[in-house]
Design a protein around this ligand. Structure first.
Ligand code: NAD
Length: 248
């Protein structure tokens, strides 16, 4: 592991088009649980609340769970050391962009600018009819479902529900970034949710070196990963940053 940290630090310093591909694990140190696993969100909530058909059939029931997960809870979370380091690396030209599966907005809050949100963003609400976007703080979430101030249609969180397509722009930009990446940092994802999970695979096919940071093995570890750094995202990125600073 110690040797791998040194090698990965060298790789990062010599890279020209490194991207990060992040999942729920990067936000665990901010107190946001992943979906899966014993303490995951699905041990407490029914995933059907994020099913598109159910949402439009039973908006009030769906919104009760959505409010509790994404606004009462996610909304209060603060970015952590891993988000901060990735933002710093972008500012210093070490990291080109982030493709994230997360919908918590924490990369942007930490200062990252080039973020492709594969699954949208929970901190925006969109009107199902006029498509105007609102911030949660602009809308009264005490009365559910919340309605558009313009036309009284239902407001939907602007993230991808089960049964909904990937935002075209984010998909295209993520693919382009993957195809031109020389290094991909996969951070905190199981690699189970497709088509997002195919992004690092596409990068590998185009010759990228794959570095994975995760507390546990994932679908990538024994298939495309070149360097597996086991541990928490904030701690491993912190160790890499220390080596990189000494070498610069
Ligand atoms: P997942 O829940 O399937 O897996 C999380 C991964 O993170 C696991 O591999 C786990 O071992 C790892 N992990 C846990 N703690 C970690 C830590 N401290 N440091 C590094 N790794 C850690 O998550 P996924 O693969 O991202 O897929 C789930 C889907 O759920 C995604 O599409 C995402 O949109 C959504 N989701 C998002 C959030 C969020 O926005 N924060 C939270 C939950 C789920």
């Amino acid at each position: 592991m110690k040797n791998d940290l040194q090698k990965v630090a060298e790789l990062i310093l010599n890279s020209e088009s490194m991207i990060a591909f992040t999942g729920a694990g990067v936000s665990v140190e901010s107190g946001i649980p992943p979906f899966r696993g014993p303490n995951g969100l699905w041990s407490k909530y029914d995933p059907k609340c994020l099913d598109l058909d159910f949402f439009y059939a039973e908006p009030e029931e769906s919104w009760k769970a959505i409010k509790s997960i994404f606004y009462d809870f996610f909304g209060k979370a603060k970015y952590n050391k891993a988000h901060e380091i990735l933002a710093r690396w972008e500012e210093r030209g070490v990291l080109k962009s982030i493709v994230t599966q997360n919908i918590d907005n924490l990369h942007q809050e930490a200062g990252s600018k080039s973020v492709f949100e594969f699954h949208g963003n929970s901190q925006k609400l969109i009107c199902a009819a006029c498509e105007q976007v609102f911030l949660p703080k602009e809308i009264d979430l005490e009365k559910l479902p919340p309605l558009c101030p313009n036309d009284k249609s239902i407001l939907k969180p602007d993230f991808v529900f089960f049964g909904e397509g990937i935002p075209e722009n984010a998909y295209r930009k993520s693919l382009l970034a993957a195809q031109s990446a020389d290094v991909v940092l996969i951070i905190g994802t199981t690699g189970e949710v497709y088509p997002a999970a195919s992004i690092p695979i596409e990068a590998k096919r185009n010759g990228a070196t794959i570095v994975e940071i995760n507390t546990e093995k994932s679908n990538y570890t024994d298939s495309i990963t070149d360097f597996f750094l086991q541990g928490k995202a904030g701690e491993i990125l912190g160790e890499l940053e220390e080596i990189i600073i000494v070498k610069v």
